[in-house]
Design a protein around this ligand. Structure first.
Ligand code: CDP
Length: 228
């Protein structure tokens, strides 16, 4: 007798900026009763702290030791302001601060530093290896959890991703400029995919999904089918 097929325990979703990884990843995790872990939060938190301390973004050694010593916590939401979790660094609530323009503009510089990646991906790996997890980022299927049972690479055109980010900022009460959002998305993709350490790319065994013409529900349905 054969055993019934099992749901993959470690699921990774990688992809470029604003491809919808967090939205679908979170819903997938919820439907499976898994932990959802958005690794971008950690890079954003270290970037926010470096900016808050007016550090030089080019000072790799100083930013690396910051990443090694910072206490980043991700906890269930304590407020009803559309947040999906609380993000704390050294005890301070920075949930919304990490979504600011200044963090957006600097996070890819910080994330390109080898020592920063070493410090943060070790923590991500420790948590991911426990299983029953949906982990999203840029290098989860390639570097952090290459042994994952199911790897997704979620893509979309820069224009569509900029449109989604534009709507997201508007929904939060901002008044973004589409062309500016688009050029920032393209610039961040460029840095993320050309860096020498853990560049953004699909793992060889990843399922690539182009979500240009797919809504959140449709992407989710595909992911759920892949889990069966
Ligand atoms: O929200 P969005 O998808 O645009 O980005 P994010 O997932 O919050 O990640 C912010 C930045 O962190 C990325 O542009 C990368 O530079 C970096 N990052 C990374 O290098 N590796 C990860 N596993 C996750 C994020």
């Amino acid at each position: 007798m054969t055993n019934p097929p099992q749901c993959p325990s470690i699921i990774t979703i990688d992809g470029p900026a604003a491809s919808g990884k967090s939205t679908v990843g979170q819903r997938l995790a919820q439907s499976l009763g898994y932990l959802f872990f958005d690794t971008g939060i950690m890079y954003r938190a270290v970037t926010w702290l470096a900016l808050d301390r007016s550090m030089d973004m080019q000072d790799e050694a100083a930013i690396t030791s910051l990443a090694e010593s910072a206490q980043i916590d991700i906890l269930p939401p304590s407020k009803e302001d559309d947040r999906t979790c609380d993000v704390l660094i050294d005890g301070e609530d920075i949930t919304w601060e990490i979504r600011g323009r200044n963090v957006d503009a600097n996070v890819s510089i910080v994330a390109a530093y080898a020592g920063v990646r070493r410090a943060l991906s070790a923590q991500q790996r420790r948590i991911g290896q426990r299983g029953h997890v949906v982990m999203v980022g840029r290098d989860i299927g390639t570097v952090v959890l290459p042994e994952a049972d199911l790897k997704i690479f979620l893509d979309a055109s820069p224009e569509e991703r900029a449109r989604r980010r534009f709507e997201e900022i508007r929904a939060r009460g901002g008044s973004p400029d589409y062309q500016e959002v688009l050029s920032k998305v393209i610039e961040r993709d460029r840095i993320d995919s050309t860096r020498s350490v853990a560049p953004l790319r699909a793992a060889e065994d990843a399922v690539v999904i182009d979500s240009d013409r797919l809504g959140v529900d449709e992407v989710l349905e595909r992911l759920q089918d892949l889990c069966k």
